[in-house]
Ligand binder design. Structure first.
Ligand code: FAD
Ligand code: SIN
Length: 522
């Protein structure tokens, strides 16, 4: 079947959903989601969204904190723009129905996270993302111009290549006319034609064995844009969250929000010794890259599988009032956070780089925008400041919506797009090849492209990935399309970009820490 929409949005998280809502008064919108609308990284966000609200906080301080975390690689103009835009976008979320916690005085109850010099995180208990996602989904479902396609998996962007035209890697030449998408329930492939396409497919955490990201986070958008000859940047900057709950068989790993350290929680080794001050004067609230590396180091030198986050000295009523979900989750595995220390380990959490966009969310492919975790806007540089990603998603969705709306009337649907040609025959029993390669890929990334890297480890990772890449491409050519195979293929593409850019970055900077190039003294 062929569908036609003015605006095609791939992804229903904060970036995709808010873009859809903002363009919906100017044309017909389709929103594609490979699971149900609610299953997004956005829904899992705990800590909150950073924005300057009251004195003594200032834009200048939020800008400085973002630039310091980014370790010299942020785009300062973009940082200033995003920070100053934050209060307006928070108001937009509130207008759509999202509720942020307030104190009895009526002022927002602001939290603090690593690398922030002030209390500035707006939150809804410890499940802010869920609150935001529900507000968005309610709005989307009631908008007459928005058609929702749940369980539709975008496979590839449609570009001139599909019309039999050769596209060189020259950005100005490539245009996007929509996507081919797989209806996961009916097992049919459809053509979605659009005037404007927005890629908002989120993160890539599943490249690693231990991640806070839900299973949907497989870097599909980045891989699609890469195959369509778009431009990527900063892929080597993979952020590991210092504190996910140590519960080895659980996937995704359950996050223990950084706001707990902002609330007074302290990291300790298994024998009860505080260790962060050995690494940074800011202790447990140092920026994420420093804390994750310190934990990794302590675990390695002690041969231990986890460290503890200790909240037992805090006011227990206030603790469970602020972190009810974490309390409930920990209780479910026999840990009472009021009395017991919480075992934690770092986990792959966020990709700072991605599809390169300009200040209006436009990619280097015509008629194609990107926003949210899949995009690289220049805000995060070499390391994202906590709770700046929800902010980035909503700010760039807003800017992209304005830009797209200003262009929509000058764009026509592309004609003569061929149907998807599915010639594969391999049987689904070959799933074992996919699951085995998926596991191997996760091991390669966890072992060789993790928190601490080296030239040797990166080379080994590339050599191993190459083998899996060849096997998977061959299987892809022969097989009937399946979500699992597409996701594996996409993660391999994303992984290739991460290793390649890590190898080119001959220094330790931000999240890219390599023993071959010791970090500069600051
Ligand atoms: P997502 O919310 O991940 O949405 C991606 C969408 O794309 C989904 O709808 C998915 O189905 C769809 N999709 C993907 N591939 C395809 C495909 N091939 N076809 C069709 N649809 C597809 N950030 C903060 O700022 N503050 C926090 O407190 C915070 N806490 C976090 C806690 C956890 C546990 C995690 C995992 C992340 C957290 N983050 C936080 C990061 C933040 O949640 C994400 O970066 C952000 O929500 C990403 O939003 P997004 O709209 O870009 O993508
Ligand atoms: C957290 O709550 O610790 C996650 C915040 C983030 O990833 O920005």
């Amino acid at each position: 079947m062929e569908y036609k929409f003015d605006f095609l949005v791939i992804g229903s998280g904060l970036a995709g959903a808010s873009f859809a809502l903002k363009v919906a008064d100017y044309g017909k919108v389709a929103i594609l989601s490979k699971d149900v609308l609610e299953e997004t990284n956005t829904s899992y966000a705990q800590g909150g969204i950073a924005a300057v609200t009251y004195e003594p906080d200032t834009y200048k301080k939020h800008i400085e904190d973002t630039l310091i975390a980014g370790d010299g690689l942020c785009n300062a103009e973009i940082v200033e723009m995003v920070v100053k835009e934050a209060p307006r976008q928070i108001q937009q979320l509130i207008d759509w129905g999202a509720r942020f916690d307030k104190k009895s005085s009526g002022k927002f109850d602001l939290a603090k996270e690593g690398g922030h010099s002030e209390y500035r995180i707006l939150h809804h208990k410890d499940n802010t993302g869920n609150e935001i996602q529900h507000a968005l989904v309610n709005k989307i479902k009631s908008h007459p111009n928005i058609s929702v396609f749940e369980n539709f998996f975008a496979i590839d962007l449609i570009t001139q290549h599909h019309l039999g035209k050769l596209v060189k890697r020259i950005h100005d030449n490539t245009e996007c006319y929509g996507v081919y998408a797989f209806d996961l329930k009916k097992k049919e492939i459809h053509t979605f034609l659009s005037k404007i396409t927005m890629v908002a497919t989120g993160g890539t955490g599943n490249l690693y064995s231990t991640t806070t990201n839900p299973v949907i986070a497989t870097g599909d958008g980045i891989a699609m844009v890469f195959r369509a000859k778009g431009t990527m940047e900063n892929m080597e900057f993979v952020q590991f969250h210092p504190t996910s709950l140590y519960n080895p068989d659980e996937r995704p790993s359950f996050l223990i929000t950084e706001a707990m350290r902002g609330f007074g929680g302290v990291l300790k080794t298994q024998d009860g010794i505080e260790f962060m001050h050995k690494y940074d004067d800011r202790g447990s609230l140092a920026p994420r890259d420093i804390v994750a590396r310190a934990i990794d180091n302590e675990m390695k030198i002690r041969g231990e599988d986890f460290v503890y986050l200790d909240c037992t000295h805090l006011d227990s009523n206030k603790l469970i009032e602020h972190f009810p979900n974490i309390h409930e989750k920990c209780l479910s595995i026999g840990i009472d956070i009021r009395k017991d220390k919480i075992p934690v380990v770092p986990a792959a959490h966020y990709l700072c780089g991605g599809i390169k966009i300009d200040k209006n969310g436009q990619t280097w492919i015509h008629r194609l925008y990107a926003a949210g975790e899949t995009a690289s806007s220049g805000l995060h540089g070499a390391n994202r400041l906590a709770s700046n990603s929800l902010l980035e998603a909503i700010v760039f969705a807003d800017r992209a919506a304005k830009d797209a709306v200003s262009k929509i009337n000058s764009i026509k649907f592309q004609k003569d797009i061929p149907k998807w040609y599915d010639k594969g025959t391999t049987h689904p029993e070959e799933m074992v090849l996919i699951t085995q390669n998926y596991r191997e890929m996760q091991q390669i990334f966890s072992n060789y492209v993790g928190i601490v890297r080296s030239n040797l480890r990166l080379k080994r990772a590339m050599d191993r990935l190459e083998i899996i890449y060849k096997e998977t491409e061959e299987l892809y050519r022969k097989s009937k399309i399946s979500k699992q195979l597409c996701e594996l293929r996409n993660l391999i593409n994303v992984g290739y970009l991460i290793i390649k850019m890590a190898q080119r970055r001959e220094m330790s900077i931000g999240l890219h820490y390599t023993i071959d190039y010791p970090p500069k003294k600051k």
